[in-house]
Design a protein around this ligand. Sequence first.
Ligand code: CO8
Length: 258
Amino acid sequence: MTAYETLIVETRGRVGWITLHRPDALNALNSRLTDELGAAVAAFDTDENIGCIVLTGSERAFAAGADIKEMADKSSHEMTMHNPFAGLETVSRARTPIIAAVAGFALGGGCELAMMCDVILAADTARFGQPEINLGVIPGLGGTQRLTRAIGAYKAAELVLTGRMMDAAEAEKAGLVSRVVAVSDLLDEAAKTAETIASKSLPVVYAAKDALRAAQETSLAEGLRLENRIFTSLFALEDQKEGMAAFREKRSPRFGHH
Ligand code: CO8
């Protein structure tokens, strides 16, 4: 397996695990990390033996944002011509579901990275925010867009304009996170959720993710048409026949992922 400098990457059964690992910088996203993350996600996303990816950080920080020290002296031209965060597009485009398991700080690009994932499990220690305004910039990786869609215009505006952080309880109430668990249970809960997803038919999981994403990106009418087209097309799969036969025969399905 590829050696990474800023990540710990491992495979556990049908689940790919990626742990951000820049302990001295609270997992700040520098270009090395985002390149490596893009490569690690792409490798899992093209492996049909992987049915779900877990992305996590440390107990202290999921990620405290883009690396401010790396970015500080760049010109607008440099930022435009050499986007240091291009690797993250692989995360937001992945077909495989990604669970963000967040403990500690998820700030700026860290919060935006969590929002690129499909499920956000938060430890009770998690803190979310978009503090870019304090640095003289605004969010640039989805913080004004995905956050607004996740928690609504007025709450997102307050967070982006003040730069304040939300704790896990507030984030759950606002709808930013799927579930809050004790920090000691975070990785076990992420593993259980990932194994459950990975036990389903992979093409059906891809299809579900596709339809869910459409809800964020299209009009309701277009999304409903897409959902219906995907739903009917799934009757071409052996896994649909197996799933429904298993129900009739009162047994668990054995999905072959085709
Ligand atoms: N970048 C670089 N280094 C960082 C970052 C960061 N984002 N966050 C923390 N670190 C470093 C600190 O500098 C420190 O290093 P050192 O020991 O060498 O001084 C180390 O990590 C530990 O941090 P602290 O000592 O500050 O730890 P505290 O517990 O006192 O504070 C905080 C923790 C509150 C998280 C604090 O570190 C902090 O405020 N960090 C910055 C948070 C922030 O502003 N994030 C937003 C960054 S901008 C962004 O994400 C924009 C993304 C969009 C890009 C779009 C491109 C197209």
